[in-house]
Structure formats: C-alpha cells, structure tokens
Design a binder for this molecule. Structure first.
Ligand SMILES: [Zn+2]
Length: 404
C-alpha cells in the first residue's frame, strides 16, 4: 500500500533508523533537513515538506532508541485516493518496526516512499541454491534476496574430449566416463553438504554451458530432497562467478514461473472444492471474515491488488466505533456520507474516520490469530483472474464446515 502511494511533488519523507543508531543523531539530521527545506521556492511544497519533517520528528521522539530491529517512518502530504488531485492532499504518517533488523541508515525526500528495503526483507527469507556444472568446472552458490554467495568452486580434472595420440579410443572413452562419474559424485556431495542444511531453501537452479548439466541431473548425484527442489535447468555461457551472475539475472523470471505454478495448484484445489460442493470453502469478504473469526480458515486466499480498505469510524461525542469495508475509490464519498449522519448510539452527528487499513493487512492479521495460512494470488494466471472476478478476490479453504 505504501509503495503505491505517490506525492504530487518531491515532498514525501522516508527515514530508516537502524539498531544502534542514536535517536538524537536522526533528530539532528531531520533538523538540518528542516533548515534546507526552508529554502524550497514553492510555497505548497515547502509547507508540505516542513510539516512532514515535523511529523517524523514528533514520532521519532516517542522512542528512546531504535530497538533491536530499528524504526522506519514515512510521512507526507498525499492526494486522497479516488481521483483526488492537487489540493486534496492530507498528511499521512506511518511508523513501522520491521520484522528483521534494518541494515541501512537512510533519509530520502522524494515523490514516493522508499519501501524497497522493507520489501526486500520480506523476500529475503527464501534462499535459492545455484549449481553450475560443465565438464571442466563446477560452482555452488546461494542466493538470498539480492545477495549472491559463491560457496564453492571445483575443477573436474576430467580429460578433454580429444585423446592424445597412441591411446585406444574405447579405453580413453571409458577412462573419461569414470572421471566424469567421480567428478559428479564430488559435486553432488558438496552440494548436499552446502544446501541440505539450509532450512529456508526454496529451490535449486541448475545451470551451465552445454549438455553436462543434464548428465549431472539424470544421475543420482544429488540427495533426493535436493533433486526435488530443482526449479529449472538453464543455459549459461559460463560457470564460476560469471555464470552465477547470469543465473541471478534470470532468477526473477524463474521464480515468477514457479510461483505461478504454485498459485495455479492452490486455486485448482479451491475450485475442486467449489465444484464438488464439499462445503470446505467460502468466499466474499464478509463470509471469509466470519470464518476467520470462528477459526475455521485453513488457508486465506487474497487477490493481489485488492482495492479495499477496512475503515474504522468513531463518534467523537460518545466514543462509539464501528468498522466498514470500503472500496478505495469510494473512500471520499464514504467520508462525505458521514457528515451530519447521526451516531447509532447517541444520535450526535459526530462520526469521523478514526483509522483505515488495507484489507490485505486487516485479514492477514485475523488469519495470524487463528494460524491460518495466507496466500496472495496474482492475477497473472487464469485461475488468479477467476479469484479476482468470480469470487471478489477474497476466499478461503476451511478446516471444517461452517453453518451458512
Ligand atoms: Zn455517539
């Protein structure tokens, strides 16, 4: 949600304060930025940047130190969604304590929020193994997020394909096969040693120039658990580090393909339940929410890019609160509809929006309470499109039947 937000000008503040950094240092930096921003020529931009900087400082002052994980703050004047153009901006502030320690100390003033370091953190948990083999060399590497580690490199010691004069062709061929077998066994043993203990290992990409990688794949050189994790076998021009970099370049595409296959499988399971009327699924935001609250959900399925918000409204007279699900483009008219509307409890016309949350976060939080799995399904597959269009983008597979 934050990544999608865009300011009208260069006026959105992002700050990452890593663990170990003094809050006072960050406050000093913001004070300096405040001084610089006072020179901005445009009145509107200057005011927005200064306001945002004040907000960030206020929030930061609430912390004694950045804690074990660090603190990320986003603030800025944002056009309100639903066709809100210039003039509809409202100050929004977000304080995030990330799931893992932040490694950078970053300050940016831009027309967008810099969320990429947080997003990377979410992806980084998964590790991919890379095995590059050709007849003369092998390389084993791991890829975690954007971090590539070359863990081991080996020479094959296998003789070239052309024999020296004087040797019998068949004898030479046999000798070479033996050497290759010994070499593959060695590569397999190293790969097992390195990759088997990685419990976040998501998959393996086998690569290299020429057909040697296929010979390696066919033989039983890799532990079966690793063999089952081979996602793809691809051609590269090189082995060694250069080859590993080629794999990294192609990796996003491979992972996307693998993810689509997973998504298709999940959705086919869901559609099977629908088709066989097993009663073990439900869909629609309200129904799924009810199932989540009763702990019946095994797996929550959400379409990527759902444009729904869970909005909490509050009566400022009596404190009464209620929640509504609102489409993002309808938020402005929803808010206008509150003006003059009597509170259901005290009748005072004092209802205002207290809080709004992306529906994905809201439902994922509920899922977490009941230990349900959460799958975000893209609309890149036919099945993903169905989830979005035929089931409203919110569905669930259930642990047990619920009365409907
Ligand atoms: Zn009230």
């Amino acid at each position: 949600m934050l990544a999608r937000k865009e300011g009208s000008h260069t006026e959105l503040i992002t700050i990452y304060v890593p663990p170990g950094k003094q809050i006072s240092d960050a406050l000093n930096l913001l004070r300096e930025e405040y001084g610089t921003a006072s020179n901005i020529k445009s009145n509107v931009t200057r005011k927005n940047v200064l306001d945002a900087l004040v907000r960030v400082q206020q929030r930061l002052k609430l912390f004694k130190d950045p804690g074990e994980k660090g603190i990320v703050i986003f603030a800025g004047a944002l056009p309100q969604e639903g066709g809100g153009g210039p003039g509809t901006e409202r100050m929004e502030t977000y304080v995030i304590v990330p799931p893992e320690p932040i490694k950078i100390y970053l300050y940016r003033c831009d027309s967008r929020f810099h969320t990429e370091h947080l997003q990377e953190m979410l992806r980084e948990k998964e590790t991919y193994g890379i095995i590059l083999v050709d007849a003369s060399e092998a390389t084993i590497a791991t890829l975690q997020g954007k971090r590539l580690d070359i863990v081991r490199q080996m020479h094959s010691g296998v003789a070239g394909k052309t024999r020296a004069g004087g040797q019998s062709a068949r004898r030479y061929e046999r000798l070479r096969d033996m050497q290759l077998n010994e070499y593959f066994t060695r590569v397999g043993a190293h790969a097992n040693d390195i990759l088997l203990p990685i419990d976040t290992l998501k998959g393996i990409i086998l690569a290299g120039p020429g057909p040697t990688k296929y010979d390696f794949e066919k033989g039983d050189y890799l532990n079966y658990q690793l063999k089952n994790k081979i996602l793809d076998t691809i051609d590269t021009a090189y082995v060694e580090e250069q080859g590993a970099k080629e794999v990294v370049e192609k990796a996003p595409e491979i992972m996307r393909k693998v993810r689509y296959i997973e998504e298709k499988q999940i959705m086919q399971q869901f559609l099977y339940e629908v088709g066989h009327d097993t009663g073990l699924i439900t869909y629609g935001e309200a129904e799924v929410r009810r199932a989540l609250e009763s702990g019946a959900v095994k797996m929550l399925l959400l379409s990527e890019g759902l444009d729904l918000l869970r909005v909490t409204i509050k009566c400022s007279a009596c404190g009464y609160q209620e929640q509504h699900t609102v489409k993002v483009p309808m938020l402005s008219s929803f808010e206008q509809g509150l003006v003059g509307k009597p509170c259901p409890k005290c009748q005072a016309p004092s209802l205002t929006i207290l809080d709004k949350e992306d529906i994905v976060d809201n439902l994922a939080q509920l899922a977490e309470y009941s230990n349900a799995e959460v799958e975000i399904i893209s609309s890149e597959t036919e099945e993903g499109q169905m989830l979005k269009n035929a089931f409203g983008g919110v569905a669930a597979m259930l642990r047990f039947k619920t009365q409907s």
